[in-house]
Design a protein. Structure first.
Length: 194
């Protein structure tokens, strides 16, 4: 018996693997279909084309990641969410690789699904502004810079693991590195508070 939602999910999972391994330009629809154990016709039926599939992967991952963080971190505490963002990136390196590939392959100023991604980013910056207005975060740092710092600090060692290893002597996959870096994030994120 066919299960359209399960097929759609298999295609999304396979597409994430393919895009994170090869980037948007290098990923092949045939490869995604093979990984998903589905035919190309189903992929086109659900997602339209390769760009539509990439857009769906991005939206799915962003939604999934936001839901995970919201479930684990108090909404008003940027300090506790920073180590959680790092932990989430450690557990989801395909997402980090996908964004790295996108950076390497983007030739213009726009990225796929930019309007939706801008909306989500603006909401995140808006939440920081509200926390600043409520006195829960520093007001002397622009909200957009705090959001950029949060994303950068939680992603950099995994996006450029060779640099992290050269500097610290440990791979970001090493549990000891992850413990030490988490402690660093806890310490530095306290500076975001007033």
């Amino acid at each position: 018996m066919r299960n359209p939602e399960r097929t759609r999910r298999r295609i999304l999972d396979a597409a994430l693997q393919e895009f994170s391994a090869r980037g948007f330009a290098g990923a092949r629809v045939g490869g995604i279909a093979r990984r998903a154990k589905a035919n190309k016709r189903m992929l086109y039926h659900y997602f339209g084309d390769k760009e539509g599939l990439f857009r769906a992967v991005l939206r799915h991952k962003v939604s999934e990641r936001l839901n995970q963080i919201e479930a684990k971190a108090p909404q008003d505490d940027l300090a506790s969410s920073l180590p959680l963002w790092f932990k989430q990136n450690c557990q989801d390196t395909e997402w980090v690789r996908l964004l790295a590939w996108e950076s390497l392959q983007t030739t213009g100023d726009r990225v796929l699904d930019e309007d939706e991604r801008l909306r989500i980013t603006r909401e995140a910056v808006g939440r920081i502004r509200k926390k600043q207005s409520a006195g829960r975060l520093r007001k002397d740092v622009p909200a957009a810079q705090l959001q950029l710092a949060k994303v950068s600090l939680s992603m950099f060692p995994l996006a450029l693991p060779q640099i992290a290893r050269l500097i610290t002597g440990r791979s970001p996959r090493d549990p000891r590195f992850q413990r030490e870096y988490t402690k660093f994030l806890e310490t530095i994120s306290a500076m975001f508070r007033p």
